[in-house]
Design a protein around this ligand. Structure first.
Ligand SMILES: *Cc1c(COP(=O)(O)O)cnc(C)c1O
Length: 375
């Protein structure tokens, strides 16, 4: 029997970072944008964003989304208005909108790249106009969606944009730059243990405009622009120094990890000819896992297929099924537009094992098992 989990979180080994931990203790600073956080922020801007723009670390991407959305909708807030987002994404995005008093407005996706459909998005912007407080696209599964289109949407409709790029650290855009580079609209990344850039809990908000990043940093610290004086909306979303130690160490390993994950994804694609995979955008995707669509006629047998794989010792998952509009909490607190494509994709989606030290033999085993159980 195989022993191939779906994911295998691999943060940097704290037990090998004794010197860094001793330095942290000697500094006497354990949070509040200490020296390790500052070093990490500079290093990641240089390495992943070509030295352009700035980042603020946060304690996780969900808080990063809450703050970036709050900043985008402005001081008066957006109470009762919509956050236009895909239903084919992770719950954190809809929750972040709801915490800001917004109502998620779910939009359909493109059948090939599985990100928000530009036509559906524009149709909803034309239909709801000023009722849309913010547009929050998702860079689906680390895919490098076209951010220049969102800059144009802001110019045309006057609506702010916040990008959920939770799984995109290490992805490259069409020009070979780190995904998000140069974006005037905040891009929120996760460093959760399950992501390729794995820590434990952690995230960051990137923007080419350092003023946006500075406001988000202030908001992440009770809205304190000067010591202990709240001048902006705020809460506590600071990444502790120990989180930055983990992040700095993982950043050193990120490049080979992303390359390895890309090779694994390519192997799945080669092993499963005729199956439908996500259309890749940009020059490189930092894969968290590989998603494939079951043949249409087999979608109704998905749970049986998952169980069959599990019985053979192979983990798999169904991100994002149910899609958000199907979750009980969002059903009663959001508005869903036409989701025909979302429903079709979600019904067929299957996420296959991927982790830093998976072997190509294991990838072949998974592929063979999938072929057998779907025959
Ligand atoms: C992982 C993920 C998040 C949440 O990130 P956290 O750092 O765990 O809060 C949000 N959105 C998407 C699309 C994700 O994949």
């Amino acid at each position: 029997m195989a022993n191939i989990p779906f994911l295998k979180p691999a943060p940097a080994r704290l037990s090998r970072l004794v010197r860094e931990l001793e330095e942290l203790e000697a500094s006497g600073t354990f949070s509040n944008f200490g020296p390790v956080n500052r070093r990490f922020e500079h290093t990641i801007v240089d390495r992943l964003f070509g030295g352009i723009g700035a980042v603020a670390t946060v304690n996780n991407a969900t808080m990063g989304l809450v703050l970036a959305i709050r900043d985008a909708i402005g001081e008066t807030g957006g109470r009762g208005r919509y956050a236009l987002m895909p239903s084919f994404t992770f719950a954190a995005l809809a929750q972040a909108a709801l915490w800001n008093g917004l109502t998620p407005l779910f939009c359909d996706i493109d059948p090939e790249d599985w990100a928000v459909s530009p036509e559906a998005e524009e149709e909803l912007l034309n239909r709801y106009k000023d009722e849309v407080a913010v547009v929050t696209p998702y860079a689906t599964f680390g895919n490098a969606i076209d951010l220049s289109r969102y800059r144009k949407l802001t110019e045309r409709f006057g609506v702010p944009v916040v990008i959920d790029a939770a799984a995109s650290l290490g992805s490259l855009d069409a020009r070979g730059r780190g995904f998000g580079t140069g974006s005037q609209q905040p891009v929120v990344f996760s460093m959760h243990a399950t992501k390729p850039m794995a820590t434990s809990e952690g995230g960051l908000v990137y923007c080419s405009d350092p003023a946006v990043v500075q406001r988000i940093r202030v908001m992440s610290n009770y809205g304190f622009a000067e010591p202990r004086i709240s001048s902006l909306p705020g809460l506590n979303a600071k990444l502790p120094e120990i989180g930055a130690v983990l992040a700095l160490a993982k950043l050193d390993e990120l490049e080979p990890i992303v390359l390895k994950r890309e090779a694994v994804d390519a192997r799945y694609r080669a092993n499963l000819p005729g199956w439908t995979f996500q259309r890749q955008l940009g020059q490189r995707t930092a894969h968290t896992f590989t998603s494939v669509l079951l043949p249409e006629g087999l979608a109704h047998r998905r749970s049986e297929i998952l169980k069959n794989l599990a019985d053979q010792g192979i983990g798999a998952a169904t991100y994002f099924s149910p899609h958000l509009a199907e979750h009980p909490y969002f059903k009663t607190n959001s508005v869903a537009a036409d989701l025909t494509v979302t429903e079709k994709i979600a019904a067929r989606i299957l996420a296959l094992p991927l982790f830093d030290d998976i072997t190509m033999e294991q990838v072949d085993q998974v592929s063979d098992a999938l072929k057998r159980v779907t025959q």
